[in-house]
Design a protein around this ligand. Structure first.
Ligand SMILES: NC(=O)c1ccc[n+]([C@@H]2O[C@H](COP(=O)([O-])OP(=O)(O)OC[C@H]3O[C@@H](n4cnc5c(N)ncnc54)[C@H](OP(=O)(O)O)[C@@H]3O)[C@@H](O)[C@H]2O)c1
Length: 351
């Protein structure tokens, strides 16, 4: 039985400890499909799990890594065969189940999807959970009526769209945490869909944000100032918010009538101190996004849409690739705010 490396999180008294261990398939928990992992990605949640700075793991020991792409080695499920290229994210991977920072993983078949063409295991994990979550936010906004150039979904009537059909201006969308994994992907995908994107950022990476498609860049302070009043002037049709806290309060105060915010993160804080005024006087909506428990049908829709819309050239550029050995240092860097865009983790050694 061949051995493989894995970043395993174990409980050590009141704390958790991450270490790179050499394992065999006999060490893995049961599951229907045995996958050889080629790539995973590094996310905020992974950084909290590996550094022990957040209570992410729900049992021990478990390998970290909330997503993976690889090749099926063995399958007890009729939907998968040895040699299939597959992708998985969420469904408790890397928090309630053995995660993707492991040379091999046993995965429940319901959590696994065939890798949609033309994605490779490498390009899928350049997208990773960050890109998946960004598109999940955008689809939720479109389903709520955001008018983009993507094919119309739930709404067919033009006056249900925001902005309404025939308004002669693109939808204006604000994205917080815009140089991070989810935020940078949201900026790129929204610009591709014809939206005018305002990127909120605490960094100086303005040139890169413009290359991604941002039309305007504002600072975190600019947005936080808007949180001082229950309602500020109407500025955006929609928002992708990874920050939470006062940043989200500022967003909610500035949405136009019938606008929506997709909230997926807490980079700025988990509290939300606001009023009902924007909800009852402007009819805005706050949409909660949870990629971990995303239903399988929506998961398929998101990966298919990502495979269709994200050009390989755009996947290559913002991605940094690291080995499993480099994960702990990269986790510290990510939590200190020293990471731009997305990090792909090479799990299968190239030799
Ligand atoms: N709900 C879900 O399913 C889901 C899935 C994935 C991620 N998330 C959550 O989404 C958030 C972002 O994840 P990520 O992977 O994109 O993380 P990331 O790569 O670390 O990006 C977070 C970005 O937020 C901004 N930021 C950091 N500290 C901030 C602060 N104090 N105030 C305001 N902005 C701040 C920074 O961008 P700028 O420097 O450009 O401002 C940073 O790059 C995290 O909270 C994560 O847990 C949720």
């Amino acid at each position: 039985m061949s051995s493989f490396p894995a970043i395993v999180i174990r409980q050590d008294g009141d704390r958790t400890r991450a270490s790179l261990e050499q394992l065999t398939a006999a060490d893995l928990p049961a599951g229907e499909v045995l996958v050889e992992v080629e790539y995973s990605s590094l996310n905020f949640k992974d950084a909290l799990a590996v550094t022990g700075k957040g209570k992410i793991m729900r049992s021990f020991p478990l390998a970290a890594g909330v997503d993976l792409a690889g090749t099926v080695l063995e399958s007890n499920d009729p939907r998968f065969f040895a040699g299939d290229k597959v992708v998985a994210n969420g469904g408790g991977l890397g928090s309630a189940r053995w995660g993707g920072y492991s040379g091999q993983v046993r995965v429940p078949a319901d959590s696994l999807l065939q890798l949609p063409s033309p994605l490779t295991t490498a390009s899928a994990m350049s997208i990773g959970t960050a890109g998946f979550t960004a598109l999940q936010c955008i689809l939720a906004l479109e389903d709520q009526g955001l008018a983009t150039n993507a094919p119309a979904r739930a709404y067919t009537s033009g006056d249900c769209l925001v902005p309404p059909a025939g308004s002669n201006r693109p939808a204006e969308v604000v994205v917080t945490g815009s140089t991070g994994g989810v935020g940078s992907f949201a900026v790129m995908l929204l610009a591709q869909r014809g939206c005018r994107v305002t990127a909120v950022s605490g960094s100086q990476e303005h040139e890169w944000l413009r290359e991604l498609g941002a039309a305007e860049i504002i600072t975190r302070d600019d947005l936080q100032e808007l949180a001082g009043r229950p309602m500020a002037s109407e500025r955006w049709d929609a928002a992708v918010d990874v920050a939470g806290g006062t940043m989200l309060v500022g967003v909610l105060a500035s949405l136009r009538k019938r606008g929506s915010a997709a909230a997926c993160g807490l980079a700025a804080g988990s509290e939300l101190n606001t009023t009902v005024f924007p909800f009852i006087l402007r009819g805005i909506s706050l949409l909660g996004i949870d990629s971990d428990h995303c239903p399988r049908s929506l998961r398929e829709r998101i990966w298919t849409d990502l495979a269709r819309t994200v050009p390989e050239s755009q996947l290559a550029d913002p991605t940094e690739e690291i080995s499993l050995e480099e994960v702990p240092t990269a986790c510290e860097r990510l939590l200190e705010g020293g990471v731009r865009g997305r990090i792909r983790v090479r799990v299968k050694s190239q030799s």
